[in-house]
Design a protein. Structure first.
Length: 249
């Protein structure tokens, strides 16, 4: 599981939080840290608070955007402290850990943590399949990022221990054709679909944001396989070809 699971920190402002998160990960047997546009990294504060987990920091990947960081992932789970305008299904920490464990046997998965003060932006949340929210005290729900990483990493550790009697060598898939498409593939489909809806004037001059958001939620829930996406894109392409033939210049 651990090699396919990445902990993604987006826009972290304080380097000490990165170091503390690395330490929280290592104590629970996790090692793949991915940073998206960190404000200050590398940094001596990160090294100091990582304690014995400087190897996790040294191996950390850095990306400019969340889209790049999770492009090859079959499952992306966001951690969020509050409801946003983006409607998302929610899982408990335990359920999220179990789903990540199951999906990681088949490919890359990501658990995403947002900025210290503002969390994840709506555009970033739209790239996630589901959210996990910790049931903190409603009167004081502020939770340090490293503490949140520790809680989720602990649940992931429990999930791994519970499945410890099964040792997976390689990929476990009854039917590889049904494995979900990567984030890169599904984003390509979304772009194709958005262009098609514009071509047929589906929105009739109205803002397409709500419709496209709901379609995103639909297809992210469905987790289509690459072959299924190719069929859908084939339908869109053939429809676009027929439209061009019916509307000669």
């Amino acid at each position: 599981m651990s090699e396919n699971l990445r902990i993604v920190l987006v826009g972290t402002q304080h380097p000490g939080n990165i170091g503390s998160a690395a330490r929280a990960m290592k104590t629970m047997g996790l090692s793949r840290l991915v940073l998206v546009a960190p404000l200050r990294f590398p940094h001596h504060e990160a090294d100091a608070l990582a304690a014995g987990a400087v190897d996790v920091l040294a191996a950390a990947e850095i990306h400019a955007t969340l889209a790049d960081a999770v492009a090859d992932c079959r499952l992306v789970i966001a951690t969020t402290a509050r409801q946003r305008t983006v409607p998302m299904s929610e899982l408990s920490a335990k359920a999220a850990a179990q789903r990540l464990r199951e999906e990681s046997k088949l490919g890359a998965v990501a658990l995403v943590f947002g900025r210290e003060r503002t969390g994840l932006e709506n555009e970033e949340l739209q790239r996630c399949h589901v959210a996990v929210t910790l049931p903190a005290n409603p009167d004081y729900s502020s939770l340090n990022i490293a503490a949140a990483v520790q809680i989720l990493a602990y649940e992931l550790r429990l999930a791994m221990l519970a499945a410890g009697e099964v040792v997976a060598n390689g990929r476990e898939s009854a039917d590889p054709e049904l494995e979900p498409a990567s984030q890169r593939e599904i984003e390509g489909f979304f772009a194709h679909l958005a262009g098609y809806l514009e071509q047929i004037d589906f929105h009739k001059g109205h803002s397409p944001e709500i419709v496209e958001q709901r379609l995103r939620r639909l297809f992210l829930r469905a987790q289509p396989a690459p072959r299924e996406l190719r069929i859908l894109r084939g339908i869109l392409s053939d429809s676009q070809r027929l439209l061009r033939l019916s509307r000669p210049d």
